[in-house]
Write a protein that binds this ligand. Structure first.
Ligand code: ADP
Ligand code: MG
Length: 342
């Protein structure tokens, strides 16, 4: 079932905090990851869907049905939070079967269903364990099984991996995605971890101060951000402010860059975005956009090194990623200079 937000605004009583005129749709079976800084309205978005928060303007429709007119207990939404929120007095199986029991599903039916879901999340062997005897990652898998047990119309995941160790997080990320696909669950995933969002989502929504800045595939969000705010939130980059000199030529003060200006005109202010992996090291003398300078701080990261490259006259160093170090020059291929208006 699709989940559609149309011009949704919500402000916490007496504040200007919340969501501003948000329009976004999650297609049936799609996973949309919502990223944004803390306080940007990510949890508010989920709370409006679940009914924990009410009183928005605009419409939120789930499977075509207006949620404002759907009582909370009829919404049938599966939720997973950062802090597991399992019932400590119930064993693993009973946690998963809980929602079915509430819905008066007969014992044998709900047990069979809960067992099937525990199998899907790889926890069949743990069905009669106390939840306190599980690791954090296992508890989140139980929470996911519990959320899916009710055949939810939508799955809401609020920072489900935030409390876990980095090693578990990577594994569970793949598992959640695989299970979400298998169940064809229409899913909104909230995370502050942009890498997690890019790795898991069909599309990524960038939310800042309650406003949706961009909704696009992970590749488009990364390669074609609509603004420097989005670009700085997703991946690493260096941004130089400049002015269009002529078609495909931009003055960034300490250098002139060849870059696709598209339909911009001379005199227009632009921001030139350069991703560290696109910086070429020690280019030949006549390479376009070749700039000389010297290496500053270096961080060894195993498969490559990340370092600052100081170019005389530049206000900020150029962030580079490479296997070797440049002696005294770098270049950026023109197609890899991404120009942004704001
Ligand atoms: P996020 O999940 O992106 O960190 P939230 O959706 O929780 O952000 O919050 C969005 C904004 O609304 C924040 O500025 C937060 O301080 C504010 N806010 C959240 N809950 C309440 C509340 N119950 N009352 C007043 N303001 C709130
Ligand atoms: Mg939150």
């Amino acid at each position: 079932m699709s989940l559609e937000f149309q011009n949704v605004s919500y402000y916490y009583p007496g504040t200007h905090q919340g969501l501003n005129d948000l329009t976004l749709s999650v297609k049936t079976g799609e996973l949309v990851a919502v990223i944004g800084p803390s306080g940007s309205g990510k949890s508010t978005l989920l709370k409006l869907v679940s009914g924990l928060t009410t009183g928005h303007s605009g419409s939120i429709k789930l499977g075509g049905q207006d949620l404002a007119k759907t009582p909370v207990h009829e919404r049938n939404i599966g939720m997973v939070f950062q802090n597991y929120a399992l019932f400590p007095h119930l064993n693993v199986l009973d946690n998963v079967a809980y929602g079915l029991k509430l819905r008066k599903v007969p014992h044998s039916v709900r047990t069979a269903k809960a067992n099937a879901l525990l199998d899907a999340v790889g926890l069949s062997a743990f069905s009669d364990r106390a939840v306190s005897q599980l690791s954090g990652g296992q508890q989140q898998r139980v929470a996911l099984a519990r959320a899916l047990a009710i055949d939810p119309k939508a799955l809401l995941l609020d920072e489900p991996l935030a409390a876990l160790d980095a090693s578990i997080r990577g594994q569970l990320r793949d598992q959640i995605r695989e299970i979400q696909k298998r169940f064809h669950a229409t899913t909104l995933l909230v995370t502050h971890d942009q890498e997690e969002a890019l790795a898991m989502a069909d599309r990524v929504a960038v939310l800042v101060d309650g406003s949706l800045l961009q909704l696009a595939t992970p590749k488009d969000i990364y390669e074609r951000p609509v603004s420097t705010v989005v670009a700085q939130f997703v991946g690493l980059s260096t941004i130089f402010r400049g002015t269009v000199l002529a078609q495909d030529l931009v003055d960034i003060g300490f250098a002139k860059l060849v870059a696709p200006t598209h339909n911009r005109v001379a005199g227009q202010t632009v921001h030139a975005l350069i991703r560290p992996e696109h910086v070429q090291i020690d280019p030949l003398e006549n390479t376009p956009n070749r700039m000389t300078g010297h290496v500053g701080a270096q961080r060894y990261l195993g498969s490559m090194s990340r370092f600052d490259f100081f170019i005389p006259g530049a206000a900020t160093p150029l962030l580079c990623e490479a296997r070797g170090l440049p002696m005294n020059a770098v270049a950026i291929a023109p197609q890899h200079v991404c120009l942004l208006d704001s």
